[in-house]
Unconditional design. Sequence first.
Length: 729
Amino acid sequence: MSVAAEVDFLDLRIEGMTCASCVARVERALLKVPGVESATVNLATETATVVAAGDVREAAIAAIHEAGYEASMKEAEKPVAPPAGIDRGTLELAAASILTAPLVVPMVAGLFGAHWMLPAWLQWLLATPVQFVVGARFYRAAWKALAARAGNMDLLVAIGTTAAYGLSVYLALAEDTAHLYFEASAVVITLVRAGKWLEERAKRQTTEAIRALSALRPETARVLRDGAERVVPVAAVRVGDLVVVLPGDRVPVDGEVTEGRSHVDESLVTGEGLPVAKSPGSRITGGSVNAEGRLVARTVAVGAESTLARIIRAVESAQAAKAPIQRLVDRVSEIFVPAVVAVALVTVLAWGLGTGNWEAAILNAVAVLVIACPCALGLATPTAVMAGTGVAARHGILIKDAEALEIAHRARVVAFDKTGTLTQGKPSLVEVVAQGIAREEALRLAAAVQRGSTHPLARAVLEAAARESVPVAAATDLRTAAGRGVEATIEARRIAVASRHWAGELAVRDMEAQEAEASRLASRGLTVSWLVETAPNAQVLALLAFGDAVKPQSAAAVARLRALGLRTVLVTGDNRGAAEAAGRGLGIDEVHAEVLPEDKAAVVARLREMHGTVAMVGDGINDAPALAAADIGVAMGTGTDVAMHTAGITLMRGDPSLVADALDISRRTHAKIWQNLFWAFAYNVVGMPLAALGMLSPVIAGAAMALSSVSVVSNALLLARWKAPGDRR
């Protein structure tokens, strides 16, 4: 019997990529490795994510090396920090600028009528270090590209600047010192290096969210052991350890408070603006800051399983993922470099054969090669995705991947679950209307049936029984019907807490007599459950009415979504009266009530057919099918892990207004992607013909190429200025 190979996920850091064509080449190299099922390469983060059957680490790294790049395993939980001090790139740029400046001065002076030039030997002396020392990286990368029978930005720069430099050397040896172009080759290399330097600085800002989250990890924790407080490394803390958090300290681990009261600032973890009160039983999250009181908490999660670590992984995953539109860009870039070389050759031949001026022909071809570098194309999408997911994370919104970010902007309908999503999710038993038995007896039976359930309504019944000191009877043969109710045997009777429909299916008699009372309770916005005896007598024993307060942000959240032009829908298993009352109070457009968990996905499918792309918002296990069926699932971070794993977007706090924030960020990010792609293509569409026609010098072409990369990254960084409506001043 064969055993399926274990699926392995590799995160690799790649050095040497410069443009979109590099991305395509690395992906092709990885996909050729036996066992690799998929490979996604991101130029902005300089990483690759590989899914493979079995261990292919060494083979994958070797394949990348053979393609002309350096690769290594990405170290877990250690995001790359900005370099300290002056790095080599800065020194090389400074040297190139100093050497190039004297070459540019005569060119600038010529604009003002001054005609003078440096001696040919001095121009050569200044340009040569720029060409072969500062520009050495272009030659190395170009050679690797040629060895791999591919093209990239470096190949275009190397060919173009070498042509200008070589032509100048030839003319200098021929003693034609009136037409030298050393300044063109030196300026192009200096400008390209300046553009890459600015680009690297800007790209580091797009990963600011990761570094800010990583900085929240304390190095040490204060642990109670053997009755004494000991300071130990956070890595030494284990689940179950008691951790002491003093006022002003950052919480080192996820835990549950066992002693003390305080307020905790969770703004950098969940986006919650105000400090949150904590007392015994409250959960605290690693990375948050304790305000005024001493807290003792029992550790519930450490290391990779902590909330902060999961957030960082989610943001890294989203930033490394490739948006669907980027795949189109990658396909274009594969044929882009060969096409540019072909255009440059045509330019040389057309000018040379047509005019006989081979100097002008070479310079025009150089301009074509330089301006057409596809750096901006490769950066347009990933930088916008990184900036969008980063600003979302700072506001308590976790976006699973770039595809979720891209799809969310198309949402036309937002469907909400009710309990725990628009309401507090903590219902209380408001009223018990008994039929033929005492109220206390009804509560005793209901509590016995609900004892084994974790449903919010079950907890409300048990809390009411405990509050009123009602003894809970023993129950056996428990049967749970999802979305319908619970049935059990109590003292030789079959008792059920059921929905109206299930009670009818159980053939309970004389339900019509209680319909008016049930309708009255539902019209008040209360959720009604039926306490019935199914055997030996099928009869109604009582009506249980539950109230669940609407979250204070819910009405404003719905209003914001409607202002964005979205249709709002309530999809709930609650009875129709309570659901419609809640819908009216919140201003929701459409209400679907008494929907079973397995039927919520069908409702989502109908909404998609009628209105278009659907976003589903929920928090419970019963919402998971609907979250998966929706075009984009949005889970409340206060809900279940099942819901969060199913959803494409997770809201780190139970605030429904974050739904509008997430969709707004998605829309703005999508707009930035298209703006960036427009500018990236515009530079080439406009610049290449001008260069081929001799209307752009290599110097201007180099400046335009450098500006194109810087402009798309800078445009993406504008997303970092996004603020939620409540934060705007």
